[in-house]
Design a protein around this ligand. Structure first.
Ligand code: LLP
Length: 418
C-alpha cells in the first residue's frame, strides 16, 4: 500500500500534486510519503504486538535522518552496518540500546565507536571478528554484547546478488560451526553472548524461507541452552519483499502468523530488520524528460535521472514501474528510458511499453524509496538529488540538492600544482 495515486489524471503524493513539487524543488527528486512510512512501520509493530520485539529499521535501505526519525519516534531501533550509519541513527534520535550492528568488515575504529555508544549488540560474522571485538573491548575495559550471525543455508529464491544465507556466501557463520563459535565466545572475557542473528536475503516473496530458517535457528538455540548458553535476543533479519511489478509478497501479518507460534513459550525478544518493505513503496523518484530520440532499433526517452540516482535497474536488472506525472491519453510505444550518464548500462527501464513521452514532462519512477538515494553516487560529477517528505498537504525538504561546490569540497590541489 502506498499513497501515490492519480486524481483526475495527476499523480499526487498524499494530498500534494507531484508536478508542483518537481517544479518547486527541481528534478531528479525523491519524494516520500510520511503516512506510508508510518503505516508500513506500524504494520510490523502491530503484527508482532503479542510478542516482545524491537523493529530495527535497516538503515542501508534509506539513511535520511528525517526518515530514521519517523521510526525512532514510533519506538523503532536501527540495524546498522557501518559507523556512518551509527552516526546517522544516533543523530536521528534512535536509542543506542535499540541499535544492532552487522556487517562482515567492522574496523577497529568502528567497533570502538559502537562500544562507546553502547549499542544493543554486535552481530558478529566470523571467528576473527569475534576475537577482534574481544580485544578492542578489553582495551576499552568494556564488555561487548554479541550475537553470532548464523548462515542457515536457506535459499530465499530471490535475485542472486541479494541472497545472503547460502553456504557459498560471505555472510555469517556456517550453521554447522555455530556451536563451536558460541563455545569460543563464551570463553572470551570481554564479550557477553546475548543473541543470535540471521538474515537470508532481500526481496523475498514467500513466507516459507523465513519459517525454514527460523526452525533451523531454534534448533540451535535449544542446543545452546543445553550447553548452558542462554540467548535473549533472536534477530531474524529483514528481507520481506515488495511489489515492484506484479509480485504478491506476504505482509508482516503473514510473517507474524507463521513465526509467532514457533516462538511461543520461549523467553526471547524478537528483533526484525526490515528495510525495503518499510521504505520501498513509500518513495518515488521524479525525473524530467530531456529529449526524445529515435535510434535505429528503438526509441529512447532521455531523462534527467541516471544510474547515479537509482542504480537498481543497471545493477540488478530491477524493474521499477514508470508513470507519467500527468496522465494524458497518448499511444503506447516501446522504449528505453535512459539517463544522461556516459554508460550503456545507464537505464531506468528497457524495452518498456509507455505512453509516448513529451519533452519537458515529468515521469515518476515508482518504488524508489529503498536502495534508491542510499545507493546513489556522484558519478559523472552529478550532484545528488534532493529529498522531500510529504505529510498530508504539507511538504518538507529533508535533503537539499547538492551544489557543484559540494562535489569538490573535500578535494585539495597540492602546492606543487598551484
Ligand atoms: N539486515 C541485514 C543484515 C541486511 O544485510 C539487510 C539487507 C537487511 C537487514 C534489510 O533487508 P531488506 O528488508 O531491505 O530486504 N541493494 C539491494 C538490496 C541489498 C540488501 C542488503 N541487505 C537492492 O537494491 O535490492
Amino acid at each position: 500500500m502506498h499513497l501515490f495515486k492519480y486524481r483526475s489524471g495527476e499523480l499526487f503524493a498524499e494530498d500534494v500534486p507531484v508536478r508542483g513539487l518537481a517544479e518547486k524543488y527541481g528534478t531528479p527528486l525523491f519524494i516520500y510519503s510520511y503516512k506510508t512510512l508510518l503505516r508500513h512501520f506500524r504494520a510490523y509493530d502491530e503484527a508482532f504486538n503479542d510478542y516482545p520485539h524491537i523493529i530495527c529499521f535497516a538503515v542501508k535501505a534509506n539513511s535520511n535522518t528525517a526518515i530514521l526519525r519517523v521510526f525512532s519516534k514510533q519506538g523503532g531501533g536501527a540495524d546498522i552496518v557501518s559507523a556512518g550509519e551509527l552516526h546517522a541513527a544516533l543523530k536521528a534520535g534512535v536509542p543506542s540500546k535499540k541499535i544492532v550492528y552487522a556487517g562482515v568488515g567492522k574496523t577497529e575504529e568502528e567497533i570502538r565507536f559502537a562500544l562507546r555508544s553502547k549499542v544493543l549488540m554486535f552481530n558478529v560474522e566470523s571467528g576473527s571478528e569475534l576475537r577482534q571485538i574481544d580485544r578492542v573491548a578489553g582495551k576499552m575495559r568494556a564488555k561487548a554484547p554479541v550475537a553470532l550471525r548464523i548462515n542457515p543455508d536457506i535459499d530465499p529464491e530471490t535475485h542472486p546478488y541479494i541472497t545472503t544465507g547460502l553456504k557459498k556466501h560471505k555472510f555469517g557463520i556456517p550453521i554447522g560451526d555455530a556451536l563451536e563459535y558460541y563455545r569460543l565466545a563464551s570463553r572470551l572475557k570481554n564479550v557477553n553472548v546475548i543473541g543470535i542473528h540471521k538474515h537470508i536475503g532481500s526481496q523475498i516473496t514467500k513466507v516459507t524461507p523465513f519459517v525454514d530458517a527460523l526452525k533451523r535457528v531454534l534448533i540451535l538455540i535449544d542446543e545452546l541452552s543445553m550447553q548452558g548458553v542462554a540467548i535473549t535476543y533472536l534477530d531474524i533479519g529483514g528481507g520481506l519483499g515488495i511489489s515492484y511489478k506484479d509480485e504478491e509478497p506476504p505482509v508482516p501479518k503473514d510473517l507474524a502468523k507463521n513465526l509467532i507460534p514457533l516462538l511461543e513459550g520461549r523467553d526471547l525478544t524478537l528483533i526484525m530488520e526490515p528495510g525495503r518493505s518499510i521504505v520501498g513503496n513509500a518513495g518515488i523518484l521524479v525525473t524530467k524528460v530531456l529529449y526524445l530520440k529515435k535510434g535505429v532499433e528503438k526509441e529512447f526517452v532521455i531523462v534527467d535521472a541516471g544510474m547515479n540516482d537509482l542504480i537498481r535497474p543497471s545493477l540488478y536488472d530491477a524493474y521499477h514501474r514508470i508513470l507519467p506525472v500527468v496522465n494524458r491519453k497518448r499511444d503506447a510505444v516501446f522504449c528505453d528510458v535512459v539517463g544522461p550518464i556516459c554508460e550503456s548500462g545507464d537505464f531506468l527501464a528497457r524495452d518498456r511499453e509507455l505512453r509516448r513521452a513529451r519533452q519537458g514532462e515529468y515521469l515518476a519512477v515508482m518504488s524508489a524509496g529503498a536502495y534508491g538515494f542510499s545507493m546513489s553516487s556522484n558519478y559523472n560529477s552529478r550532484t545528488r538529488a534532493a529529498e522531500v517528505m510529504v505529510k498530508g498537504k504539507e511538504h518538507f525538504l529533508i535533503r537539499r540538492r547538492e551544489s557543484y561546490d559540494d562535489l569538490i569540497r573535500n578535494e585539495r590541489i597540492p602546492a606543487f600544482l598551484k
